[in-house]
Write a new protein. Structure first.
Length: 431
């Protein structure tokens, strides 16, 4: 079902599904199946040859996942999406869809620790070079680009640095050189739409705000359908040369009857088919439930986060609060440019006078906040990145990604603000 509305509150409830065709169920059914009955040998052959699209095997597609994919594509303004087993799988596939051994991509230094490790170490094992650049100057992306550069990568609201990425500036540089920008929008759903600013691909860890319930791991890649992969064909051999794993298909040509979906279709029928990082139908159902309340939750998350940031900024034991609203100069301008409706996200960080030990004491004293390695739950969360999420990074790389020894990161939930502040107050008193 197509939805004419451009309002996220309507899209998350109605896009991609009206009623189940077999049972007329209004709720999206969980199609907990591995396989699908073909109508005959011709039908099966057409599906495998991509002469028509349809269900073959749940490792590649599933009707429950399909509703989630349609809904998220509509929410972001993209043309198609692909649900995957985790956010890390989404990041990996987004890059590997364009990069082969000997290629490189340019990435922001302002990254989640798991992504940094994936790029700096695991990608290297595949012969793919990640070139890390400081996004405070967008021209650093141009300087790091050469003929083997296949894409740019960045986080909209970097976790944990929280300096909003210059999406349009870097996207414009990339397009002038024929290089697409891939944006991880995990920390900024609803409040930022990267396609509106020139990004070519958007990905999410749906584990976070999309779900909101902390019950399921997942990820999604969304194709904007707005990048001309044929214009500089030599830069994208994975899309413009015959693919021996799929009967010699040239993806930019093969998809023309289907629309501008070469990028996302290749991931589905090659990388997902071969590597198998599929989202389970049950998890897709869980994310659909979370998505239905996402606009309401993001409003509450962001309102609470502003109040917490203002309160922490006045606390005598806090030396620095890292939150977009409280920044100045270019970081504040970018926050106001790319984040909508007066919202600044629900993540914030702060540093304590007592450094690492004060941070540990604070974390251990929390009662309402959960001490977990996650963000985006409806409940409030806290962690000390230097000893957890970013502990595999060198001290130099930790600082480059925004992590100091005394840095504490909070993911502000939707509890009553009085209860959130009371818990922070009692924990700070012991730190």
């Amino acid at each position: 079902m197509s939805v004419a509305s451009k309002n996220p509150e309507t899209i998350v409830l109605h896009a991609g599904h009206r009623a189940d065709s077999a049972t007329t169920s209004v709720a999206v059914p969980i199609y907990q199946t591995t396989s699908y009955q073909f109508k005959g040998t011709e039908h099966a052959a057409n599906l495998f040859a991509l002469k028509e699209l349809g269900n073959i095997y749940t490792r590649i597609m599933n009707p429950t996942c399909d509703v989630l994919e349609q809904r998220l594509a509509a929410l972001e303004g993209g043309v198609a999406a692909l649900a995957l087993a985790s956010g890390q799988a989404a990041t990996t596939f987004a890059i590997m869809n364009l990069c082969q051994a000997g290629d490189n991509f340019v990435t922001s230094t302002d990254l989640y620790g798991g992504t940094w490790n994936l790029f700096a170490n695991t990608m290297k094992q595949f012969g793919i070079e990640a070139r890390f650049v400081d996004p405070s100057d967008p021209e650093n992306f141009r300087k790091a680009t050469d003929a083997k550069t296949r894409c740019y990568y960045a986080e909209t609201l970097p976790n944990p640095k929280l300096k909003v990425f210059p999406i349009k500036e870097v996207a414009d540089i990339g397009r002038s050189l024929g290089v697409p920008l891939i944006m991880d929008n995990t920390a900024a759903p609803i409040i930022c739409r990267p396609f509106d600013h020139g990004a070519a691909v958007v990905m999410y860890s749906t584990t976070k705000y999309i779900g909101g319930h902390g019950t399921s791991i997942g990820g999604v890649i969304i194709d904007g359908g707005n990048f001309d992969w044929e214009k500089d064909a030599a830069r994208f051999p994975t899309l413009n040369t015959p693919d021996p794993s799929y009967h010699g298909a040239v993806w930019t040509q093969a998809v023309k009857p289907l629309g501008p979906i070469a990028y996302i279709l290749r991931i589905r029928v090659t990388l997902l088919r071969d590597i198998g990082a599929a989202m389970s139908p049950f998890n897709a159902f869980q994310f659909i439930q979370g998505l239905e309340t996402l606009p309401l939750r993001m409003r509450a998350h962001c309102d609470n986060a502003i109040k917490v940031a203002d309160w922490l900024a006045k606390h005598p034991k806090v030396t620095n609060v890292i939150f977009p609203k409280l920044m100045s100069g270019e970081p504040k301008r970018r926050a106001d440019t790319y984040l909508r409706n007066g919202a600044y996200g629900a993540l914030l960080g702060f540093e304590l006078k007592g450094g690492k030990e004060a941070g540990r004491t604070f974390i251990d004293a929390l009662k309402l906040f959960y001490h977990v390695a996650n963000i985006g739950d409806a409940r409030s969360l806290a962690i000390h990145p230097a000893t957890t999420t970013h502990s595999q990074l060198s001290p130099e790389d930790q600082l480059a990604s925004g992590v100091s020894e005394g840095y504490v990161r909070l993911s502000i939930g939707i509890e009553h603000i009085d209860d959130i502040l009371a818990d922070l107050d009692q924990a700070l008193a012991k730190s």
